[in-house]
Design a protein. Structure first.
Length: 135
């Protein structure tokens, strides 16, 4: 159970090289995780995939890292502006209530925009993935 095992949540820049915020209050961590459990599968359109790529390239995507008590980690990406969270190849939509309660933790976070080649690579991967679905 992640709620019981997580000892810390870190918000990092998209590439995971800079810690932008750290949360260690266990009750707060449990609340965030509970809020994340309320996410639903996102059935994204091509425009929404493009918006994700754009948000990532503009520095609006963050790595949410859960540091577990046994020394391991689990991570996911979150794009507060789009209310999207992703793990692996799956995308989930977060409800407004999540950001009503926790949106402030992302306020004022600054990171550099990703290099253009990275954003183009993401868009190419999305296009390839979407094309493979129909093949």
């Amino acid at each position: 159970n992640l709620k019981e095992r997580a000892k810390e949540i870190q918000i990092l820049n998209h590439v995971g090289s800079d810690v932008l915020k750290k949360m260690t209050d266990h009750a707060f961590i449990e609340s965030i995780i509970e809020g994340l459990y309320s996410a639903t599968n996102a059935d994204l359109t091509n425009k929404e995939y493009e918006a994700i790529g754009q948000a990532q390239s503009e520095g609006k995507s963050y790595l949410l890292q859960f540091n577990i008590k046994d020394g391991t980690q689990m991570a996911m990406y979150i794009i507060p502006e789009l209310k999207i969270v992703s793990m692996g190849d799956a995308y989930y939509q977060l409800p407004d209530a999540f950001f009503d309660q926790f949106g402030d933790i992302f306020a004022g976070l600054k990171q550099e925009a990703l290099p253009l080649y990275w954003a183009n690579e993401f868009r190419a991967r999305v296009l390839t993935y979407r094309m493979n679905i129909f093949v």
